[in-house]
Design a protein around this ligand. Sequence first.
Ligand SMILES: Cc1ncc(COP(=O)(O)O)c(C=O)c1O
Length: 502
Amino acid sequence: MKSICADLVLQRLTPEAGAALNRQLYDCLRGAILDGSLPPSSALPASRDLARETGMSRNTVLHAYAQLQAEGYVHSRVGSGTFVAETTPESQLSAERGRPRTADTGAPGAVRLAKRAQALVADASAAPQQWGAFMPGVPDVTQFPHRTFGRILSRLWRAPTPELLTYSHGGGHPALRAAIAEHLRVARAVRCDADQVLVTEGVHQAIDLSLRMLVDPQDTVWVEEPGYWGFHKVLQMSAARVLPLRVGPSSSSSSDGQAEGPGSGWPRSSTPPRLIFVTPSHQYPLGSVMSLARRRELLDLARASGGWIVEDDYDSEFRFAGRPIPAMQGLEADSPVIYIGTFSKTLFPGLRVGYMVLPRALAGHFRTAHADLYREGHAITQLALAELIEQGHYAAHIRRMRVLYARRRTLLAGLITEHLGPGYLHPQASNAGLHLVLRLPEGSDDVAIAKAAQARGVLTRPLSRYYRRGGAQRGLLLGFACVEEAQIEPAFRVLLACIRGQ
Ligand SMILES: Cc1ncc(COP(=O)(O)O)c(C=O)c1O
């Protein structure tokens, strides 16, 4: 059997032309140390063994080990081998600089964070600025029917019962759970009743709960590559072995219709995944749709191995052309799918309300754990939200936003095609969601372009940052939903100047 380290190398290393192999191996091992896949104090295989297991020359491995050692990522003990260092250079550096992210409370270096927390804060992803062209993933919060919601809330606040003001229990207010179940059955073809619905404080909490409930240290999980940074952040805090489920051109059924071989693109791992994180209806960030064949393959695999698929259906209400893509959860009765959704995209992110639809076998356990771990509350908000949905305001708001966002998307896509050419629109993207991907030529520095744009008031996210391993595509995620039509062209011109280096 191969060592974990060799497994990681074989998974992550996608040899890049022009780069020395020992450098690529070094990058790969360093990445695994930083994201916790190779935890502190763990032993690396002997260079001879790793060379044999990966098919590289021993010299290549020795060079990579020597570089890691010189930089403080590993140390070797004569006679016993090479070990991952307790503290990475990154964590030492950020502690020494006293960066507020690392040590908010004291003198530089005074705070000793847990190893995983060090890695988390050293590479923080949440953007401090959330509103403005072209912030990806943000809906037009100015359109939220706040008066209607306010009226419902103020009526409830006039005479709140003690149950609305004490800790809640049971996975969310029953009225909201029922309203969510009804909405999902109709709008997303999810097979569920209210007992399976668990209200969370958003997708991140739902992922966190799934990991805590179903994954033990060193269990394997698969996550899409490229994929949502939030998955990685929460995963980083677990001791799971994270393997990339590559999203290639063939995962899109909508754009190229290529046939997919069974199991193609699956991670090679010696143990089956406990959880598989996917965004089948609208891949994040590329925007492709997972084919039916692929969905069935994943369902079969999860059933056969006793694992679970975590389906993040974060923005599927917004599909602007063609028929809606039903959720993967509803494809089969009693599917091994934990379905996750959020009101962050349909209403507003600050609401912090999301939901899970759990397989029956899991629902009771998750409810109990949710109440014990996080203590539930926000019952008045949940009841008001239930009324908003029951009275039809929610569905009406989505319908209105769909028209608005479709216009904004068309406008932005048209500007990209007109000024840069059709090749700059990502070919896998389907006509849906709240953002599109502006593809940049290979080798472009999308991080630098995003920084330059931000300095001039235009917010984007570089596509390469969504890749944890090598082989990143370059591009920019552009949110169109939160930009008024009149603002789209001026903001795009600023972005264009940054892309052209002006
Ligand atoms: C793919 C994906 N899932 C989930 C979320 C966040 O959901 P929530 O606000 O409910 O945590 C986002 C937010 O951008 C997202 O892009």
